[in-house]
Design a protein around this ligand. Structure first.
Ligand code: AMP
Length: 281
């Protein structure tokens, strides 16, 4: 299979409009590139529901609150195109910064706890950058459906909110986390780990799997401190946060209850590489 590559908005729009005119549906998978099997799973999921799949690769500067993280973010566009050619992706949109933002732009939304806690708290301005670029990309592609990973759990919830708030008629679909065989959640940032860090990083998902297993043996507070200590004691890992929240409300859970949907969310540093993971309990 081959993938058609677009760098400018007008030619992408023209290409999409031809498919739309013949009644075909468009699925969209936004990414920042350095593609891996997690991204490919989103593309496959998109192709199951849509006739045409558009993938974007754009390292969005406005969502990086740390300039060094932006500078070191892996960029592998040639490998990405190869991977996409072997996937059911039909078109790749890889615009320049000027194409996406002719004028500097960073919008602001406030969706309560979702906009303030955990990732939002530790990465100020990050989600405004994410939502601004997703809104911009939605306006360009105007997909019927858009596909996002549950690994970025808070991001997915915020994108659902923004989509409804801005009245986009786009179905936002959450897709399960793809993991390496030792459990590490796949991430473009994993490429920045050295061999030792890569081996040590398995403690992140192991902690989450153990928490899931032990859920019924402990109170939420006990389980939270067990998980925190397990990460703190793991070689090479500095935990930033670990929280158990109710998925729909995003409120931290103090007591188990049947009405709640407990999810554990975690962010850690391995050296200067920041990794996140999440698991439904
Ligand atoms: P990124 O390129 O990291 O911005 O990710 C682009 C999309 O891929 C987002 O919707 C992510 O949640 C999703 N994604 C990243 N890693 C994974 C993974 N391991 N499994 C499933 N989806 C993922």
């Amino acid at each position: 299979m081959s993938v058609t590559v677009f760098e400018n908005i007008s030619s992408l729009k023209e290409w999409i409009s031809e498919f739309r005119a013949s009644g075909r549906t468009v699925g969209f998978v936004p990414t920042m590139g350095a593609l891996h099997a997690g991204h490919i799973s989103l593309i496959k999921r998109a192709k199951e529901s849509c006739d045409v799949v558009v993938v974007s690769v754009f390292v969005n500067p406005t969502q990086f609150n740390n300039p060094d993280d932006l500078k070191k973010y892996p960029r592998t566009i040639e490998q990405d195109i190869e991977l996409l050619s072997a996937s059911p992706c039909d078109a790749l949109f890889c615009p320049t910064e000027k194409e996406v933002y002719p004028e500097p732009q960073k919008l602001h939304w406030d969706f309560g706890l979702l906009s303030h806690s955990l990732e939002a708290h530790y990465r100020p301005g990050h989600f405004d950058g994410v939502l601004t670029v997703v809104k911009r990309l939605f306006e360009i592609v105007l997909p019927d459906m858009a596909f996002f990973g549950e690994k970025d759990y808070q991001q997915l919830s915020l994108i659902r909110k923004m989509t409804a708030h801005e009245r986009f008629e786009i179905e936002v679909v959450g897709c399960p986390i793809v993991r390496e065989s030792d459990g590490l959640a796949m991430s473009s940032r994993n490429r920045r780990l050295n061999d030792l860090q890569r081996r040590q990083s398995t403690a992140i998902s192991q902690t989450l799997f153990q928490m899931k297993k032990d859920r019924n043996k402990m109170t939420p507070q006990e389980l939270r401190s067990w998980g925190w200590k397990a990460l703190e004691n793991a070689e090479g890992i500095t935990p930033e946060y670990l929280e158990i929240v109710d998925g729909p409300s995003f409120r931290p859970i103090d007591q188990w209850s049947r009405d709640l949907e407990p999810v554990v969310l975690v962010a850690v540093y391995m050296g200067e590489v920041r990794l996140i993971d999440t698991m439904a309990l």
